[in-house]
Design a protein around this ligand. Structure first.
Ligand SMILES: [Zn+2]
Length: 470
């Protein structure tokens, strides 16, 4: 599976919404690797956005300096969030990116033409609108533009795109998003402006081949990262031969990925992605995430305060497949304490303590198998909450099993069978939990490893008394 996240523009530091998409992709990558499937998990940053230029001007620093600093903060999420991405592309410095964008441009030249354009450009959306206001409310970011641009004959691909999605060759989940894209396509596609004047872009970005007064539209440039990151043999392996090519993204950029990107590839005669999963947005304390959200929206501050397990667990266990989710530190703490400290930590500790008390630490054979964990099916549907809840059900089942069988009251034989079953269930939990909480899963695995269990120690600290982030 070739698995990508979107590459965010880097006019500011990463927030919890970026962490959500990265953690979702990480779960898929780890899950498929665990099943022995080859996986390449890619992420990165969109350095060439005009928004980065404006943020640098506002901060009074050179664009490359601002972009370098913020891109490093995105790449630096890897450690704190336990991410396992295989490659990280930065569009302003990746050695093959510019040449790759130019090659796609040349391959689509038969669909490019020049036209005078007048309209309103929203820097917030990096998109033209025929008239105001911006549907996303970026009033201050609207610029009246009158210039000669390159246009891409998107209109030519209307039927092909519609057929691609209706046939399921490009699967879009959830289905409401698929229907939204189909309605947009079938209402009629206008040709797309795909260049900007270099002057308006302050000279930042990739020049149009053969027309250096224009730079390539930043979305064209950014979308190309999914193939420019794969140079040489990697391109054949992961973009030509790979059966599953999966893009993860937020709901705001679906049109770019499900309409413009496949049309660019069709025009260039390149293979297409096979799946698109669209997540909704997070709010923090009931408000859209913004710079004023502060530490509550900063994933690294949250990990510093509460640990990576609590942060990943909230993102996976609380965010629904459809619909926005509201983050508060109180919810993160309550969920971690209930599920991790009280539920999982308590179970493993109780089992290991009984094995030591009654069997001198020696692990008996398992008596029976507790309920199966239907994680595969949930993750095939990109339903991370259902998958996390399925793992969770095994913790609850094992805790009920302890109450039902009361190993401490049993005959020696009954006690051994029950404790064997419980140690086996904890080992299964460690395996099933690994894609979701890799460090916690390793601690659980170590606590129930071997023929003789190590002395039990607490696996999770209770957070209700821990300090607030930021
Ligand atoms: Zn806008």
């Amino acid at each position: 599976m070739y698995l990508t996240t979107t590459i965010p523009y880097v006019n500011a530091r990463p927030h919890l919404g970026h962490a959500l998409e990265l953690v979702q992709a990480d779960v898929l990558a780890r899950h498929h690797r665990r099943r022995g499937e080859p996986v390449r998990f890619q992420t990165g940053t969109d350095d060439n956005s005009l928004k980065n230029v404006l943020a640098a001007e506002a901060a009074g620093v050179p664009v490359q300096e601002l972009v370098d600093r913020n891109a490093a903060a995105f790449e630096g999420l890897r450690g704190p969030l336990d991410l396992s991405f295989d490659s990280f592309i930065r569009t302003s410095v990746h050695p093959g990116h510019r040449a790759g964008v130019e090659r796609i441009w040349e391959a689509t030249r038969h669909d490019l033409y020049q036209r005078h354009y007048e309209g309103l450009y929203c820097v917030g959306c990096e998109q033209f609108y025929p008239e105001g206001p911006c549907p996303d409310g970026h009033e201050a970011a609207l610029q009246r533009v009158s210039e000669q641009n390159w246009f891409f004959r998107l209109s030519r691909y209307q039927d092909a795109l519609s057929e691609l999605i209706r046939s399921g060759r490009l699967r879009i989940e959830p289905v409401a998003r698929r229907n939204e894209v189909l309605a947009f396509i079938e209402a009629g596609l206008d040709d797309l402006s795909v260049s900007r004047s270099a002057a308006r872009a302050r000279g930042w970005g990739i020049p149009v081949p053969g027309d250096p007064d224009q730079v390539v539209y930043v979305w064209w440039d950014a979308l190309a990262n999914y193939v420019t990151a794969l140079e040489g043999d990697d391109y054949d392996r992961w973009w030509v031969s790979e059966r599953r090519k999966v893009h993860l993204m937020g709901k705001g950029v679906i049109r770019f990925h499900a309409v413009y990107w496949p049309a660019m590839l069709l025009s260039a005669g390149r293979p297409l992605p096979t799946e698109i999963f669209v997540h909704d947005y997070l709010t923090v304390d009931g408000r859209k995430i913004s710079k004023s959200s502060g530490g509550a929206a900063d994933p690294v501050a949250l990990v510093d305060a509460y640990g990576v397990d609590a942060v990943r667990w909230w993102l996976l266990r609380e965010v629904p497949r459809v619909g926005d989710a509201d983050f508060t530190e109180e919810r993160l703490v309550a969920r971690a304490d209930e599920d991790l400290a009280n539920g999982l930590g308590n179970l493993v500790n109780r089992v290991a303590t009984m094995v030591h008390r009654f069997l001198d630490g020696n692990v008996p054979p398992a008596g029976e198998e507790l309920a199966a964990v239907p994680v595969d099916e949930a993750l095939e549907a990109f339903d991370f909450r259902r998958a996390a809840t399925a793992v969770w059900a095994l913790v609850e089942e094992a805790n009920r099993y302890v109450e039902r069988t009361r190993p401490w009251q049993r005959s020696r034989a009954g006690q051994e069978a029950a404790l064997g079953t419980l140690v086996h269930a904890c080992r299964t939990l460690a395996v099933q939990l690994e894609p979701f909480l890799p460090t916690a899963a390793a601690r659980v695995a170590a606590a129930v490893a071997g023929e003789r269990l190590p002395r039990p120690e607490p696996l999770f600290r209770r957070l209700a008394t821990a300090g607030a982030a930021g």
